[in-house]
Design a protein around this ligand. Structure first.
Ligand SMILES: Nc1nc2c(ncn2[C@@H]2O[C@H](COP(=O)(O)OP(=O)(O)O)[C@@H](O)[C@H]2O)c(=O)[nH]1
Ligand SMILES: [Mg+2]
Length: 251
């Protein structure tokens, strides 16, 4: 659907990639099939030899709203997401993993929430109807325990704040400073800060599947302290802190 010709809010789908050539074609087909709204796709890569690039270049010939963007803040998934946020032109931004782990069948439901006023719609593996299939057992359980406990301890309106699969209002992304330093903890940081700033947050159950091609670059032990920082920040502010409010925040 052409964004310029449509009255519907448009979305930028941001996909960080590191050698996802084996998965990308299927992923793009799934996005096109699921997206009943105007959208563009931004693929953020770190280096010219990335094996995703030839596939993106071939598909961009048929699909003009697909573009590859080089990571402009250095390398790594965190900088790739910051690059995607800076380059996105949509009214909203959806973050998707390039390995096909995310459940694209729930995109229309997330978009409904977005159009109904949610500023942040979280894909949730730990809500009734959600599921996590495969992947390292320790990572899986830490993420589940963190997500559910944070929901109850901090009042965050999602049970899966660490999931990267989220739909953000573009104005929310422009208003929140990013302080993450390692990687995908940026998703938890933004969720916590959006909540404390009074943005409207909702969740949609989704199924996450471990990749079937390529290799995960998630560094569990190295990244735990970075997740813990935002976990504790949320709990601290819930019980002891004054909530920072942004201008015009909804109650
Ligand atoms: N640009 C960029 N993307 C990355 C990097 N590391 C991982 N990704 C991408 O981020 C997504 C999730 O990464 P993955 O390693 O599968 O993490 P996991 O799903 O948590 O195991 C995939 O699309 C990767 O290709 C990186 O260093 N740079
Ligand atoms: Mg993965």
């Amino acid at each position: 659907m052409d964004a310029a010709a449509s009255p519907l809010p448009s979305l930028s789908v941001v996909i960080p990639v590191y050698n996802e050539g084996a998965s990308f074609r299927r992923l793009l087909e799934a996005v096109v099939a699921a997206a009943k709204f105007p959208f563009e796709v931004l693929v953020v890569y770190d280096f010219e030899e990335d094996d995703t690039l030839p596939v993106v270049q071939e598909l961009a010939g048929k699909f003009s709203r697909l573009r590859a963007v080089k990571n402009q803040f250095g390398s790594g998934a965190l900088n790739a997401l910051r690059t995607g946020f800076a380059e996105a032109r949509g009214d909203g931004v959806v973050v998707l993993m390039g390995d096909g782990s995310d459940d694209l069948s729930v995109l229309p439901r997330m978009y409904e929430h977005f159009c109904a006023g949610s500023d942040l719609v979280c894909g949730s593996r730990y809500s009734p109807g959600g599921q996590q299939i495969g992947g390292p057992v320790l990572k899986k359980w830490l993420s589940r325990v963190a997500g559910i406990s944070l929901h109850y301890l901090s009042g965050l309106p999602t049970r899966d704040a660490t999931n990267s699969f989220k739909m953000y209002r573009a104005s929310l992304l422009r208003s929140l400073p990013i302080e993450s330093r390692a990687g995908f903890e940026i998703s938890l940081e933004l969720c916590v800060k959006a909540f404390l700033a009074g943005y409207r947050i909702s969740e949609v159950p989704c199924v996450w599947r471990e990749r079937t091609a390529g290799r995960s670059r998630f560094r569990l032990l190295g990244w735990i302290p970075h997740y813990l920082r935002w976990y504790l920040y949320a709990v601290w502010h819930r019980w002891f802190g004054r909530r920072p409010r942004r201008a015009g925040a909804r109650e």
